[in-house]
Design a protein around this ligand. Structure first.
Ligand SMILES: NC(=O)c1ccc[n+]([C@@H]2O[C@H](COP(=O)([O-])OP(=O)(O)OC[C@H]3O[C@@H](n4cnc5c(N)ncnc54)[C@H](O)[C@@H]3O)[C@@H](O)[C@H]2O)c1
Length: 244
């Protein structure tokens, strides 16, 4: 498995769930991976060891931490692939959603993608050796979901930014998104979502949750030699919930 042999990748949110599966799949394909995540030091060390990757503790919403990460990346092989996977979910009725909740969701899910994307693209342009950016959105960007409107809006923003970057950085750098359906990760875990929401998650034609590895397979494709004519697209491993 060598489709990403010799490439350098950064995966935000790579310490858990979908990001960890992507990190693991990328290293298995020969990529040098750096996980960038705000998880505890213990969790980061365990994730790095599982994925055979390097890890860096940071908050994607913090501009100076992101700038510093890409400063180090520039000195250690540079970057060929960025996966923006860090994200949070706050499930609340709109009427109970505070401005602070809005700022947190947009800060991580949209500003975080903007900051890491901008710094990675700056470096890719300077390196002049092409590159791939893969932004993790959600099928909920299309479908909407009660009690999750700000989360859905943040993911809609990710899709819009993906299309604009695809145009702005063509033809050398390809920018695509993945819109996963409900996937079996800690984000869908008992503390994060209501029983009603979890019950809804398997109501797709395939009748089950996705596994993180099934989302990672889409990322390996978009990062690899099979996706050279794809930019501004959204790949949707979602069990058939939303069909386009
Ligand atoms: N699980 C699903 O059903 C599902 C469906 C569609 C989209 N997604 C998206 O997939 C991505 C990964 O989600 P997951 O299900 O693997 O969740 P997860 O909670 O297992 O992993 C999210 C990771 O992001 C990290 N993170 C959160 N905020 C951060 C910050 N400010 N800075 C750095 N790291 C931060 C967390 O520490 C964690 O390691 C998210 O963007 C999520 O919105 C998930």
């Amino acid at each position: 498995m060598t489709s990403l042999k010799g490439k350098y990748g950064v995966i935000t949110g790579g310490a858990s769930g979908i990001g960890l599966a992507i990190a693991t799949a990328f290293t298995a394909e020969g990529c040098h991976v750096t996980i960038a995540d705000r998880a505890s030091e213990d969790k980061l060390v365990a994730a790095a060891s599982q994925a055979r990757a390097q890890a860096r503790r940071l908050d994607v919403a913090n501009e100076s931490e992101i700038t510093s990460l890409f400063g180090s990346v520039a000195k250690q092989g540079g970057i060929d692939i960025l996966v923006n996977c860090a994200g949070i979910l706050i499930e609340k009725p709109l009427l109970e959603t505070s401005a602070g909740d809005f700022d947190r969701l947009i800060g991580v899910n949209l500003k975080g993608v903007f900051l890491a994307g901008r710094e990675a693209l700056r470096l890719m342009v300077r390196q002049d050796r092409g590159g791939r950016v893969i932004n993790i959105a959600s099928e909920l960007a299309y479908l909407g979901r009660e009690n999750c409107s700000v989360y859905c809006a943040s993911k809609g923003g990710v899709l819009s930014m993906t299309r604009s970057w695809a145009r702005e950085f063509a033809p050398k750098i390809l920018v695509n998104a993945i819109a996963p359906g409900p996937t079996d990760t800690p984000m869908l875990g008992i503390e994060q979502t209501s029983p009603e929401t979890r019950a809804k998650e398997t109501q797709n034609p395939l009748g089950r949750l996705g596994q993180p590895e099934e989302i990672a397979a889409a990322a390996v494709f978009l990062a690899g030699p099979g996706a050279t004519f794809m930019t501004g697209q959204c790949v949707s491993p979602n069990g058939g919930t939303a069909m386009f």
